[in-house]
Design a protein around this ligand. Structure first.
Ligand code: GDP
Ligand code: MG
Length: 417
């Protein structure tokens, strides 16, 4: 969880850096919390987006509910997701364990998970609109992620346009959800093919094997799951981090204190999930099992993705800072404090001027050639044409002296006159 909080900050910094590069206004830290909705709408960062891909009934909604910590998304037959549902989560540790706050138009409203689920179910069952349903929620347990629950990848509504609308966002995590019983056929699974198409190197894909409890006693499925978890599965799967989970409702009902619906009971449920999974998958590494492992794996991939993108942003920022420095030099960066400093600067500037001026005269660059041309062309001729002989002829000089007014003592001895 802490890893996710850190990522949230990192993602914010990266968003600010890219906004600086694009010469956009950036909110300062103080009001970024309050106005994060308006700033993120300008340039939304997709580092913290998680998009669920998988067949109908593979357990996508159940897994997202498990990440949220509340059964908010409809699951099962009549809750089949027919339109994308986007849930913007934020964490508010001041809220009590069970409460969920819904934010609509900057107003907050406390709601129950079941009320939310029913209203979503109603909206999904009305008509066939594929417009996205958007919810902004706060709870005490949710990681600050934006979760996107898409219709089943095997459904007709999931055409290329809808898929690419969500999946092409270059930093969103692609959550490939496959039920444990389908693990042996993973190579032909459509969600995996979509993920590979948009993220060939697997730098933002996370694989989730769902409904682990249903694979109990199914040796073939369990072997396929083990192989995936150890990255020893088919070629297309081995560069993806995999985790195995059991959906929220199942794992919670098996938890001892499920009736005491508090934050600690959620954690108990998560631990119970790990225990069940350990029994099913003996020998599988624990950091691959359960909801906690899933959140950590998400954080890991997000971190990788940011690291991948950082060099670009950094080099962009370096270029920007060089530009700023050049501007500063032009504006007189070396403003000095003392008189000595000012004199030194003045002399230095004179020397620089002389140097530059000479460079221009010698090389003719800039408009230096004009100066040279006037000295070498008309100027000497005009000087020669001046009637100096006539002016300095002795007779002329005598005439000027005689015509002068002579000695006028009152001009400098006023008081004595
Ligand atoms: N036994 C079992 N059932 C699950 C699990 N996860 C989900 N389900 C059930 O499988 C059905 C389909 O799950 P859902 O999350 O709606 O799948 P989606 O269509 O991919 O969103 C629902 O009835 C869930 O309650 C699980 O881990 N174990
Ligand atoms: Mg669903």
């Amino acid at each position: 969880m802490e890893a996710i909080e850190e990522l949230n900050e990192l993602s914010d910094s990266i968003r600010q850096a890219s906004a600086v590069l694009a010469d956009e206004e950036v909110d300062d830290d103080n009001n970024s919390n309050k106005s994060s909705s308006s700033s993120s709408s300008k340039r939304p960062s997709t580092f913290l987006n998680v998009i669920a891909l998988g067949n109908v009934g593979s357990g996508k909604s159940a897994i997202l509910n498990s990440v949220i910590g509340h059964p908010v998304l409809p699951t099962g037959g009549n809750g089949a997701t027919r339109a994308p549902i986007s849930i913007d989560l934020s964490r508010d540790s001041a809220l009590s364990g069970q409460s969920i706050t819904l934010l609509i138009d900057n107003k907050t409203q406390e709601v129950s998970a079941s009320a939310l689920r029913h209203s979503l179910q109603n909206r999904l069952s009305q008509g066939m609109s594929r417009d996205e349903i958007y919810l902004k929620l706060r709870t005490s347990t949710a990681p600050p992620l934006k979760l996107i629950d898409l219709p089943g990848s095997d459904q007709r509504i999931m055409d290329d346009a809808l898929i690419s609308k969500y999946v092409q966002h270059s930093d969103a995590i692609l959550l490939v959800v496959v039920p444990a019983t389908m693990a042996p056929e993973i190579s032909s699974y459509r969600a995996l093919r979509i993920a590979k198409e948009y993220d060939a190197e697997g730098t933002r894909t996370v694989g989730v094997i769902s409904k682990m409890d249903q694979a109990e006693g199914d040796a073939k499925a369990l072997a396929a799951v083990q192989a995936l978890l150890l990255n020893q599965g088919p070629p297309k799967t081995s560069d993806i981090p995999w985790v195995a989970v059991i959906g929220q409702s199942v794992s919670i009902s098996s938890a001892p204190s499920a009736s005491a619906a508090s934050e600690s009971s959620l954690e108990t449920a998560w631990l119970a999930e790990i225990e069940t999974l350990k029994k099913l998958l003996t020998g599988a590494p624990q950091e691959k099992l359960g909801r906690i492992a899933l959140v950590d794996t998400l954080a890991g991939q997000m971190r990788n993705r940011m690291r991948l993108r950082l060099p670009n942003i950094l080099s962009g920022l370096q270029g920007k800072s060089q530009m700023v420095q050049d501007e500063l030099v032009k504006l007189g960066e070396q403003l000095v404090g003392s008189t000595e400093g000012t004199k030194a600067l003045a002399l230095q500037l004179c020397r620089e001027f002389e140097e530059k001026f000479l460079q221009h005269i010698m090389g003719g660059e800039g408009s230096g050639w004009k100066v040279v041309a006037s000295f070498e062309g008309n100027f000497p001729n005009r000087i020669k044409q001046l009637p100096l002989d006539k002016h300095f002829d002795i007779n002329n000089v005598k005439r000027i002296v005689l015509e002068a007014d002579g000695y006028q003592p009152y001009l400098y001895h006023q008081r004595k006159v």
